[in-house]
Ligand binder design. Structure first.
Ligand code: SF4
Length: 237
């Protein structure tokens, strides 16, 4: 059996994107996703964490879900997701350790669980393009959750919180404070169907790409590798 590979649910999701690049994927696997020049502003994860605290505070105070979560059906409470160090499974077929770190878990009256992922973003066409990645990520969480303390997982959802940044919001007196300003967010819930069968072929593809001894060819429609080859004065990358 080949050496064990570790991959996160989110990184696995990149393989499901129509524009997924096997070369990029191979490189990321080799460097454990620690690429240079990757700067991700921390503000988004701070807002995601704040959204989660707000939802939990509402549950604690009202003993019910916030109205904007009604699209999830009846959820009766929340639970802290398992610690990421325990939220993983090994796929025996491929010897891949699949890891996850769910943002939130809600409880249904029948004791089943709904796993959610918070997204601080406007729901735009770009987000739509990323949907296959998010769908894979959540389904990988469901697969892991069913074996690591969240069984049964009966729902998955993306919770978008969109900042209201238009002119009328900026002009509102309520939003202009002496010591700064307020920024309102509008929440939208997107149900994600449970399709656990989608994970196994992606794990097999991960193993197939990782076994290559040199990086596979990149996407023909991506010019970045060609630009880098030009910069370095080599024929191709
Ligand atoms: S072709 Fe584009 S996406 Fe693929 S490795 Fe090169 S830069 Fe990355």
């Amino acid at each position: 059996m080949s050496d064990q590979i570790r991959i996160s649910a989110k990184n696995l999701g990149e393989l499901a994107l129509p524009k997924s690049c096997p070369r990029c994927f191979w490189i990321k696997l080799r460097v454990q996703n620690r690429l240079p020049y990757q700067i991700f502003p921390g503000i988004f994860s701070s807002i995601d964490a704040y959204s989660k605290r707000l939802v939990h505070a509402w549950f604690d105070r009202e003993r019910a879900a916030p109205p904007w979560l009604s699209a999830l059906g009846e959820v009766t409470g929340y639970r802290q997701p398992p610690h990421f160090s325990k939220f993983n499974i090994v796929d025996r077929e491929t010897n891949i350790l699949l890891t996850g770190n769910p943002d939130g878990v809600f409880l249904r009256a029948d004791g089943s669980n709904v796993i959610v992922d918070y997204k601080t973003a406007k729901y735009t066409e770009t987000q739509d393009e990323l949907y296959p990645m998010y769908e894979t990520q959540l389904n990988a969480y469901a697969l892991i959750g069913n074996q690591r303390g969240l069984a049964p997982v009966t729902g998955l959802a993306l919770l978008y919180t969109e900042p209201l940044t238009d002119d009328s919001a900026a002009a509102k007196e309520d939003n202009q404070l002496a010591d700064g300003f307020s920024l309102k967010f509008v929440a939208r819930v997107f149900d994600v169907p449970i399709k656990l069968n989608m994970i196994s072929p992606l794990l097999a593809r991960t193993r197939e790409i990782s076994e290559k001894s040199s990086p596979p060819l990149g996407r023909s429609d991506c010019r970045d590798c060609a630009l880098l080859a030009d910069l370095l004065g080599v024929a191709s990358m």
